[in-house]
Every structure is written in structure tokens, then in C-alpha cells.
Design a protein around this ligand. Structure first.
Ligand code: UDP
Length: 330
């Protein structure tokens, strides 16, 4: 029996495939390679290039493979891009999921773990955020993921497709040996951008907004190491395989770091100066996002191994300093 990883050539998906293979699972990967990288996927996994919105393609995979569970990462996830191109997000993320569920239902595959996001909460009423807190997204990315969660609830009720939605906070880092890591083109995320400045590939970091309602005026986010995040998916698969009910879990560290603190941690982790300047706010950013992830710890038994932001950034630095051009460097 096979675990099908959708979006397995992306940043988080490739780390998931790596962990699954290391743990002896049989893995098949689907990715359209619009954002993902073929070289990020372990050769032990069978790779199929195609789009989750292409039903005939998806049917062909479910026909060839004996799939027991699906892990779904194939989505767009850039907040500012979603503000400019909302329809792309509703199409790829929300409509994409509908297609996946239709094919799963046709082939009687009843388990799916998928990436949701802290962006479904919008501007939180209080922090740390609990799963039961109000979800009122302030950007189309968060809205597209909230719609996915809602669709999953109804398809569970109607067809018995059990799901785990993992609401990620911010993800950073890379596999400790530096063999796979984050490679987005163009890059928009804070940690890789800071490290590109450290590497001399950018002149300086622009910190978006210095007048937020936070201790130093810059946004506060909660960072989880990508391998810890992948491990939460493996626990979620087991949770569903054990016959448990559909559920949602926050994945965060419960500690917030401001954008300035991330810059300082990166300076320490890299030993580089890293020039930075304040810049105007970016659209769609809430002041603070910090998770209460006690539910994942209690119910899934999730125990993140990385609890130190400098160490998380050091693993990302190992990847970026050895692969300044990402997977083009191999
Ligand atoms: N950010 C920044 N400069 C950059 C990129 C990001 O100041 O060049 C800020 C961004 O405004 C947000 C935080 O870093 O406050 C995290 O943004 P990122 O895009 O990494 O993740 P998101 O929170 O959008 O998922």
C-alpha cells in the first residue's frame, strides 16, 4: 500500500517524502513542477508529473498505484501573491482539492492529511491561537484554505473521507545534512531572503512594516522546523490509519519571534552582518500569529525536535550557503 504525496516536489512536500522513505513507506509523488523541483524528490519514490486539477491524469495515478492515504501539499501559499491573483488561489487550492476528493471517492480512498494554515484565522482575537478560535481570513490564501477545510467536513459526512487539517504557522529550516531545502522562484519568505542577503545575493533585507501592534513594531510569527512539520504529517497519517475521527491541529512552537528578532538570530547563526532597512507594510499581514499547538502534542503525540530559532536558521543556512541557486546547484 502506497502513500500518495501531492506536491511532493515542493519545500514541505519534499521533506515529507524524505521522512516517509526513511521510515520505510512506499511513496508515490504527484507534482506539476510549476513551483516544485524534480531533484528535491528522493529517487525511491515513484514520480508523476501532472496537475491535481487534471482528473484524467489523477485517475491514471489512482489506477496504477494501490493508494491507502493521500498527503496533500499541492497548493499556492504566498500571501501577497494571493492578494493580487485571488482567482488563481481559489482555482489551484480550493478547486484543486475538489478534484482530488472526487477521484479519491471514485477509488474508495478514505484518508487525507492536508496543509491548512494560520492564515485561516485572519487577525486573531487573542494569542496563542487555539483551533477553536474564530477563523476570519484577511487574505485570499487563508480564505482558499478555510474553504478547503469546510469542503473536507462535508465530504467526510457524505462519503466518509477522513481528514486531518494541519494549520501551519511559519515553516523554516532544511534537512540537517543540507541535501534538500527551500527553493522558491521568486523567493518571498523572510528566512530564505535574510539568508540570501547573508550570502551576498541581495543587498539588504527589507523589513515590511515597523508600526504593528507588537513589542518592536514588526510582525511576530511562530516558526516550526520543516522536518518537525513533516513528522507531524506522519503522526497524522497514523492517527487516521488507527481509525480516529477527522480533526484539525495547529502546528507551531508556541513562541513568537518578531521580524527583527529573526534578523538577529540569522546574524548569529551565519556570523554575517546582514544589512536591513525598514520598508512599508506588505498587504495582508496580521500583527501577530502564534500557535497554541498543545492539541497536536496531546492527541498526535507530536514532539518537535527543534526548539531554538537559531538552530532552525542554521539548518536553512547549511542549505542556502551550499546551494545559492537552489536545485540548479544540485
Ligand atoms: N517579511 C519581511 N521582508 C521580506 C519577507 C517577509 O519583512 O522580505 C515579513 C512579512 O511581512 C511577515 C514575515 O516576514 O511579517 C513572514 O513573512 P513570510 O512571507 O516569510 O511568511 P508568511 O507569514 O507570509 O507565511
Amino acid at each position: 500500500m502506497t502513500v500518495l504525496v501531492l506536491g511532493g516536489a515542493g519545500y514541505i512536500g519534499s521533506h515529507m517524502v524524505d521522512r516517509l522513505v526513511e521510515q520505510g513507506s512506499d511513496v508515490a509523488v504527484v507534482d506539476n513542477l510549476v513551483k516544485g523541483h524534480r531533484a528535491a524528490v528522493r529517487t525511491e519514490a515513484r514520480f508523476y508529473q501532472g496537475d491535481i486539477r487534471d482528473k484524467d491524469f489523477m485517475r491514471s495515478i489512482f489506477t496504477k498505484e494501490d493508494i491507502k492515504s493521500v498527503v496533500h501539499f499541492a497548493a499556492y501559499s504566498i500571501v501577497p501573491e494571493s492578494m493580487e491573483k485571488p482567482l488563481d488561489y481559489f482555482d489551484n487550492n480550493t478547486a484543486g482539492l475538489i478534484n482530488v476528493l472526487e477521484v479519491m471517492n471514485e477509488f474508495d480512498v478514505k484518508r487525507i492529511v492536508f496543509s491548512s494554515t494560520a492564515a485561516t484565522y485572519g487577525t486573531p482575537d487573542s494569542v496563542p491561537i487555539k483551533e477553536t478560535d474564530t477563523q476570519k481570513p484577511i487574505n485570499p490564501y487563508g480564505e482558499s484554505k478555510l474553504m478547503m477545510e469546510k469542503i473536507m467536513r462535508w465530504t467526510d459526512q457524505a462519503y466518509g473521507i477522513r481528514f486531518v487539517a494541519l494549520r501551519y504557522f511559519n515553516v523554516a529550516g532544511a534537512k540537517a545534512d543540507g541535501s534538500i531545502g527551500e527553493d522558491h522562484g521568486p523567493e518571498t519568505h523572510l528566512v530564505p531572503i535574510v539568508l540570501q542577503v547573508a550570502n551576498g545575493q541581495r543587498d539588504k533585507l527589507k523589513i515590511f512594516g515597523d508600526d504593528y501592534d507588537t513589542p518592536d513594531g514588526t510582525n511576530v510569527r511562530d516558526y516550526v522546523h520543516v522536518v518537525d512539520l513533516a513528522d507531524a504529517h506522519i503522526l497524522a497519517l497514523k492517527y487516521l490509519e488507527d481509525g480516529n475521527k477527522s480533526d484539525v491541529f495547529n502546528l507551531g512552537s508556541a513562541t513568537g519571534f518578531s521580524n527583527r528578532q529573526i534578523l538577529e538570530a540569522a546574524r548569529k547563526a551565519t556570523g554575517k552582518t546582514i544589512p536591513a532597512e525598514d520598508a512599508p507594510r506588505r498587504l495582508g499581514d496580521p500583527d501577530t500569529l502564534v500557535a497554541d499547538s498543545s492539541k497536536a502534542r496531546t492527541i498526535l503525540g507530536w514532539q518537535p525536535q527543534y526548539d531554538d530559532i537559531e538552530k532552525i536558521i542554521a539548518t536553512a543556512w547549511k542549505w542556502h550557503s551550499t546551494h545559492p541557486n537552489g536545485y540548479n546547484d544540485k
